[in-house]
Design a protein around this ligand. Structure first.
Ligand SMILES: Nc1ncnc2c1ncn2[C@@H]1O[C@H](COP(=O)(O)OP(=O)(O)OP(=O)(O)O)[C@@H](O)[C@H]1O
Ligand SMILES: Cc1ncc(C[n+]2csc(CCOP(=O)(O)O)c2C)c(N)n1
Ligand SMILES: [Mg+2]
Ligand SMILES: [Mg+2]
Ligand SMILES: [Mg+2]
Length: 348
């Protein structure tokens, strides 16, 4: 199959005309560029929210860690998560792939099966992309375009002293899943522990907090927001530096997953390492006015969504601290500074 036959094989007839129409698509895949109608919202004016993120074979995934479907799903989900982290509604996606000889047309078709599954899950219209060959590794870069009510986009920079710090889901599962997948690679006969399925799923099929981001944008009390790609500590540091505040996280308040605890104990690893520094969780971390924390939690619960208050902010030099969980009741609170560490493509 040549380049053009491949593109057709991967994308032709994959999304309903209805879904494309709902997102204002006038002209989708097939011309020099896509054409979309700006969405008309009857209640309030909108602004565009735009993001791009890339995944590279051997850096973000490998044959041992992800299926083709998983790669396509996660490439779009990671971008949808950036739109969620602004409080936006994801609408359109452009997909750029650089394809090595090891990925034939049918392997790529499976990648698009996963990508379209994610697109349908979040109501995103795939409207175009780009295709090149690659000498060795697969590279996929997805651009997502969304909207937010004008002036309501949630930034990293609005945290104020006295805010409550929250997360919209548990952290550390994806890193634990990756740990298991890499361990299995070295010992293919190893029996999966019972908790492996949940951890591997968290790694392969992240569930971006899109509805949560929208609820937060609509509340008007959320002052800062970020999504967790590089690890909770690193994203908390980004909020601290952008806002000029200190974030104080409490170990005892961090959501604990039974699967994570069980696997960490089996692997002889402190689960806190994965929770703080693992990354690829694609939950949201942010701050909101402390007096709205209880009501926000209730509003989330009413929609079946988790919301965990995990600490508070303080005035002072930007930084992140952890209040360590004490073994003894009534013991004096012990704080440790958290390193500005996490996944970083160039070390440091
Ligand atoms: N090569 C680049 N050229 C221009 N802007 C960039 C480039 N790389 C990143 N940015 C911008 O820098 C900011 C931070 O990007 P970054 O990729 O660190 O955030 P993220 O996408 O939330 O995190 P991650 O990529 O780890 O998931 C964004 O505004 C992004 O648009
Ligand atoms: C095979 C393999 N090795 C390592 C990792 C871990 N990893 C890669 S990128 C990243 C942070 C997010 O990326 P970005 O900052 O580019 O959004 C993490 C935690 C993986 N997923 N697969
Ligand atoms: Mg990025
Ligand atoms: Mg982000
Ligand atoms: Mg990153």
């Amino acid at each position: 199959m040549d380049e053009f036959a491949r593109i057709r094989h991967w994308t032709h007839g994959r999304q309903s005309a209805d879904m494309q129409r709902r997102q204002g698509v006038v002209l989708g895949i097939g011309d020099d560029a896509a054409v979309v109608e700006p969405p008309a919202d009857e209640t309030e004016p909108l602004q565009w929210v735009l993001a791009v993120d890339t995944m590279v074979e051997t850096v973000h995934f490998a044959d041992a860690t992800m299926s083709e479907e998983d790669v396509g799903y996660k490439a779009l989900a990671a971008n949808v998560s950036d739109i969620a982290a602004m409080g936006g509604v994801p609408r359109h996606a452009l997909v750029s792939v650089s394809v090595p000889p090891s990925y034939g047309a049918d392997r790529m078709r499976r990648l698009y099966d996963g990508l379209y599954a994610c697109a349908d899950r979040y109501g995103v219209a795939v409207i175009g992309g780009d295709t090149t060959s690659s000498p060795q590794h697969l590279v996929i870069a997805v651009t997502v375009i969304g909207t937010v009510a004008a002036g309501r986009a949630l930034r990293r920079s609005g945290a104020q002293p006295g805010d409550a710090v929250f997360v919209t889901g548990p952290v550390g599962l994806s890193a634990a899943g990756l740990h298991w997948l890499l361990a299995r690679q070295n010992d293919p006969l190893a029996q999966p522990p019972p908790e492996a399925a949940a951890l591997v799923r968290a790694h392969r099929r992240p569930a971006p907090s899109v509805r949560a981001g929208q609820l937060l944008a609509a509340r008007g009390t959320c002052r800062s927001l970020n999504d967790v790609s590089d690890g909770l500590a690193s994203e908390a540091w980004e909020i601290a530096e952008a806002s000029g505040v200190r974030l104080v996280l409490r170990e005892a308040l961090l959501p604990r997953s039974g699967s994570l605890a069980a696997y960490a104990s089996r692997a002889g690893v402190d689960p806190l390492e994965w929770m703080l520094y693992g990354g690829e969780d694609y939950v949201l971390v942010g701050t909101l006015a402390a007096d709205d924390a209880e009501a926000a939690k209730a509003a989330f619960a009413a929609e079946g969504l988790p919301f965990y208050v995990i600490g508070e902010t303080e005035a002072g030099d930007p930084g992140v601290e952890l209040v360590v969980r004490s073994e003894r009741r009534g013991a004096e609170e012990r704080r440790v500074p958290l390193a500005k560490r996490g996944y970083n493509h160039f070390g440091g």
